[in-house]
Write a protein that binds this ligand. Structure first.
Ligand code: NAD
Ligand code: DAU
Length: 351
């Protein structure tokens, strides 16, 4: 079936894997990637599919209502998969404003534009909002986040994502807009911006820089390989029930310090360094303000209802990830030097 699908934030980490999967798997779809190309957006992530006939890029700031209206004027979208967001918790602590603009106002701009250009109650025309497990807060007492867990966001980032989830549900309830939401745990894999724990650790080990571990490294995250998240988004978009929420997770909890030690062992081996040399780089630093202790997702609804499950073990996924970063040193260097930002400045007048 021919369909025109909008994917927002497609130049980012997860978005680029979702765009690639949709462009390659559904040649009958036209995939429009709308992205502002912030520091986290990198069209180099999509170099291999950038010239495919069913792929289009439109540089768009979703906070700019007129730009969003122009986009929805140019295309009649049969579905939206919304990933564009400010995503780094530490940045939300030092400067929350962009999180409010992009994650809340940007989402509302998309909801309004989609509603205005889409027949009400056409369940095939879905607004799919990609959200995070952080909206549920912190699991201090054990247990898992389910789709019934009450929202308890505790950082400016998670509060902005929770707000956007509420706005999506409000549009569904008030205007009959068909939507789905998924709340996923921590992703890892190729193309992740090196401000996040796993690529930062890999890069710092390779370049022999200190590895900053917050607090005592006792916080726990549930890690999922990014391709498995993209596969979940595919199945939820095509087979999810409108109005429902699906939790996505790896059933793969790691204390930060144990994960960093594992990466040190893998990297020592892959780089042919003396066993134990990378762990000497570990440096305990001041904890993140309001640091959530533990996230853990119960994804049984998605597994039972839609048949999704992770395709790789953590060992396999981490191996693929480390190999990718080691083989793509230039990608990392370009990002760290800010070269791609300079390029966007020249190309598109980005500030
Ligand atoms: P990312 O930071 O790597 O990429 C975000 C993308 O959004 C970038 O390409 C950026 O240019 C774009 N963007 C930012 N502001 C924009 C704006 N105003 N207009 C248009 N585009 C804009 O993010 P990610 O880690 O790939 O996360 C993607 C989505 O998945 C986010 O909504 C995030 O909340 C969610 N999520 C992420 C994780 C994770 O572990 N990374 C886990 C669960 C959910
Ligand atoms: O749970 C899903 C969320 O996972 C997503 O919604 C967010 O967009 C994504 O950034 C991620 O949030 P985290 O804060 O969990 O990811 P981050 O990689 O920043 O940190 C992972 C853990 O490692 C966290 O407990 C903080 C810690 N940490 C992080 C960094 C960057 C360190 O100890 N040292 C570091 O240098």
């Amino acid at each position: 079936m021919k369909r025109v699908i909008l994917i927002t934030g497609g130049a980012g980490f997860i978005g680029s894997h979702v765009v690639r999967r949709f462009v390659r798997t559904y040649p009958e779809y036209t995939i429009v990637n709308a992205d502002k190309l912030t520091y986290a957006g990198n069209l180099g992530n999509l170099a291999d599919i950038g010239n495919e006939p069913n792929y289009l890029f439109r540089k768009t700031d979703i906070v700019d209502r007129q730009a969003v209206e122009a986009l929805f004027g140019e295309f009649r979208f049969d579905g939206v998969i919304h990933l564009a967001a400010e995503t780094h918790v530490d940045r939300s602590i030092t400067s929350p404003d962009e999180f409010i603009y992009t994650n809340i106002i940007g989402t509302v701009n998309l909801l309004k534009a989609f509603r205005e250009t889409t027949p009400v109650n056409d369940v095939k025309k879905l607004f799919y909002h990609v959200s995070t497990d952080e909206v549920y807060g912190s699991l201090e007492q054990g247990g898992f986040f389910t789709e019934q867990t009450s929202y308890d966001p505790r950082s400016p980032y998670s509060a902005s994502k929770a707000s956007s989830d509420h706005m999506v549900r409000a549009f569904g309830n008030t205007y009959g807009m068909p939507f789905v939401i998924s709340n996923c745990s921590n992703n890892y894999g190729p193309n992740q911006f090196p401000e996040k724990l796993i690529p930062l650790t890999i890069n710092n080990i390779e370049t022999m820089k200190p590895i900053p571990v917050y607090g005592k490294g006792e916080n726990i995250r549930d890690w999922l390989y990014v391709e498995d998240h993209a596969a979940a988004i595919d199945v939820i978009f095509h087979s999810g029930t409108p109005g429902e929420t699906y939790n996505v997770g790896g059933d793969n909890e790691w204390k930060n310090i144990d994960l960093v030690l594992l990466l040190c062992r893998i990297m020592d081996e892959k780089l042919g360094r003396r066993a134990g040399s990378s762990r000497e780089l570990i440096t305990f630093v001041t904890d993140r303000a309001g640091h959530d202790l533990r996230y853990a997702i119960d994804s049984s609804k998605l597994q039972k209802e839609l048949g999704w499950k992770p395709s790789v073990t953590f060992e396999q996924g981490l191996g693929l990830t480390v190999d990718w970063y080691l083989a793509n040193r230039k990608w990392m260097d370009t990002i760290i030097s800010g070269e791609y930002s300079k390029y966007y400045e020249e190309m598109y007048g980005n500030r």
